[in-house]
Design a protein around this ligand. Sequence first.
Ligand code: NAX
Length: 327
Amino acid sequence: MSSTVKVAVTGAAGQIGYSLLFRIASGELFGSNTKVHLNLVEVPVAMQALEGTAMEVNDCAFHTLASINCFDNPEGGFEGCNWVLMVGSKPRGPGMERNDLIRENGPIFTGQGRAMTRSASDVRAAVVGNPCNTNCLIAAANADGVPRSRFSAMTRLDENRARHQLAAKAGVEVERVTNMAIWGNHSATQYPDFHNALIDGKPVTDVISDHAWLQSDFITTVQKRGAAIINARGKSSAASAANALIDHVKALMTPTADGNWFSAAVPSDGSYGVEEGLIFSFPLRTKVNGTYEIVRGLAHNEFAKGKIKATLDELLEEKEVVTDLLK
Ligand code: NAX
């Protein structure tokens, strides 16, 4: 074993946690030469269920799992961590509007942001709990001394959903669909950018002749896939979300293949007219030194500009709702 990594997972007793923890503990995320210390973080009422999940992870006897510990608070849970995966949040209750959900969850992320000051000096955070872009904004604003660039929110599930849709329509294997950017919010306003995506290195619009499908059904299918899964399964996406989080963290740690990019929501540097600091999903490339850059210079036609404006406006409205939590 050549190294160790300490990872906190919040909401670890939830659905996504149940798919995620085993894949982290097994070495899939950090490699078979890295020992993983797992800190599982939950709310006090979920501690018994959490202990059960932890027993199951231990019972896999993964040689890459160094330790597993359960916490009912983020201060202890984030201590010394290199990665903090913020999966836990309150679900939307009956009759609750999106803004109510944002207000309900905001205080969780002020506390978790503050707790990150106890993490390792190289700590990075990935936020999954919804509304993930704005929760990430709140956590980053409250984590004194942790550079904003270490924070990201997950739009990788949207990217993966989009790649699958394009591959199925074109009748090709999914790995032949590349350069799939999700712009903006992880919500029904997100823009899955088929104009800049490629199939076998060719523009998607050259390979798929049904442009009406691309502009309507493709976009709405990706935007509303989460709701479609709830309708079909009676529960929200869990294994696919855990899978996407594995992809998300790997993509942020591993140099991106030449010419390709991946999607994640990160603090804007002002590119593409997006207000600096807003957590906005962009096409990204990870460099050899492990930092990332926003891909610049992509062209957007009027259709794409309209979609990007709609998702940007939504994120600016969300920010308004939580201004008091941003310090
Ligand atoms: P579950 O309700 O199964 O689990 C959430 C867990 O979080 C619960 O066990 C709960 O006790 C815990 N929790 C709540 N507040 C907490 C706190 N302050 N500290 C620690 N734990 C806390 O939800 P699950 O299906 O696992 O989904 C988790 C989150 O992911 C939800 O917010 C969901 O909306 C979001 N998703 C985000 C996705 C994305 O692409 N960004 C896709 C999947 C998913 O919908």
